[in-house]
Ligand binder design. Structure first.
Ligand code: SIN
Length: 344
């Protein structure tokens, strides 16, 4: 009898559905228009319960609980919200009754939030960000299947220890490399340096590659006691630019500057001089590129050692900003910051 009960318990345990927690933050996935063909819509409108009830099939994949964390267009996302969101997710993932997290999010800054969480979540359990390019009321809205697939990825045992992922348009991307590449196409998210890490087709998950930069439990950061991140600004380089925005950044309290440089992260002469001066005055300067892919190589055209510049590896400027904010919350030493950029 005892043996029978044990087998029964093992069977029930083996078939028990995972518990997935959905944190809704707004975006177009929660957007509403006046009609199903109206281009004008308001992002961050419908609530988490309505999002979940539009995809009743997700209950076959997992026991799903929803919470409205915030309801905003992701253009209004900011570091304070990132810190609160990371703390919330860390607290949830510490619980035995939470097996994975899905964050619904606007697509405009999804890559920044995903990378921030990739660096600050202290768990191997899956965290998946998902959104939509078409509002919930649109003809052929993409959010419904995206959410179904995101819950599928968050419920899959092969999703453990892969860091934070973005699931959109049947593709699984790692947070560090993924970026939005098109203003309106549903296939907008691409990982331009390394490619997607897997596919998800009606919640059937297949991973095709590994990811080996430091993330989640192996990252250098613990934000649980942080309430604020240092100010870091991005300066976009262009033909005929000047040093005026660098001056403004410094005057307004920047502790770090990311150069979205030309080509291999290069500045014009006038910007180069201003960055060298900033670096001398203990402002961390990171060279990244406005090109969109490829890494910014150290000590090539620019002698980074001489100017104490840091290079961004293959992080785009908006991701380099996320990493520099976190790095500066730990150290001001440029050699240590460079090591962080080389490994995260
Ligand atoms: C937003 O980022 O909130 C608006 C755009 C989108 O979600 O696609």
């Amino acid at each position: 009898m005892r043996k029978f009960l044990l087998i029964l318990l093992l069977c029930v345990g083996g078939f028990a559905k995972p518990n997935v927690y959905i944190l809704a933050t707004g975006g177009t996935i929660a957007g509403v228009a006046k009609s199903n063909t109206d281009k004008e819509y308001k992002a961050g409108t419908i609530g988490v319960e309505q999002l979940i009830s539009a995809v009743p099939e997700i209950k076959n994949l997992a026991n799903v609980k929803g919470e409205q964390f915030i309801n905003i267009p992701s253009t209004n996302m900011n570091p304070e919200i990132w810190l609160n969101l990371a703390k919330k997710i860390n607290t949830l993932l510490n619980r035995d009754d939470v097996d994975g997290i899905v964050v619904t999010h606007g697509t405009d800054t999804m890559e920044e939030t995903a990378y921030f969480l990739n660096l600050t979540i202290k768990s191997k359990k899956p965290v998946v960000l998902v959104g939509a390019m078409r509002p919930a009321t649109a003809m052929s809205a993409d959010g419904v299947l995206n959410l179904y697939n995101a819950v599928g990825v968050a419920s899959d045992k092969n999703s453990f220890a892969r860091g934070v992922m973005v699931v959109m348009n049947n593709e699984i991307h790692q947070a560090r490399d993924v970026t939005k590449t098109n203003t309106s196409d549903v296939a907008t998210f691409k990982s331009l340096n390394f490619g997607k890490i897997g596919s998800v087709n009606y919640a059937k998950v297949e991973f095709t590659s590994e990811f080996n930069k430091k993330h989640t439990i192996n990252s250098d950061f613990d934000i649980m006691k942080l309430d604020k991140l240092p100010q870091v600004d991005i300066i976009y380089a262009y033909a005929g630019d000047s040093d005026k925005f660098i001056k403004t950044a410094i005057d307004s309290g920047s502790k770090g500057i990311i150069l979205a440089g030309m080509g291999n992260g290069n500045p014009s002469k006038i910007v180069w001089d201003a960055l060298a001066k900033a670096s001398k005055n203990a402002i961390a300067v990171v060279r990244s590129s406005r090109v969109g892919s490829g890494s910014t190589s150290q000590n090539s055209v620019i002698n980074d050692k001489k100017f104490n510049f840091i290079t961004a590896d293959n992080l785009n400027p908006q991701k380099a900003r996320v990493l520099l904010m976190l790095a500066l919350s730990k150290t001001q030493n440029t050699n240590e910051i460079q090591k962080i950029f080389d490994t995260h």
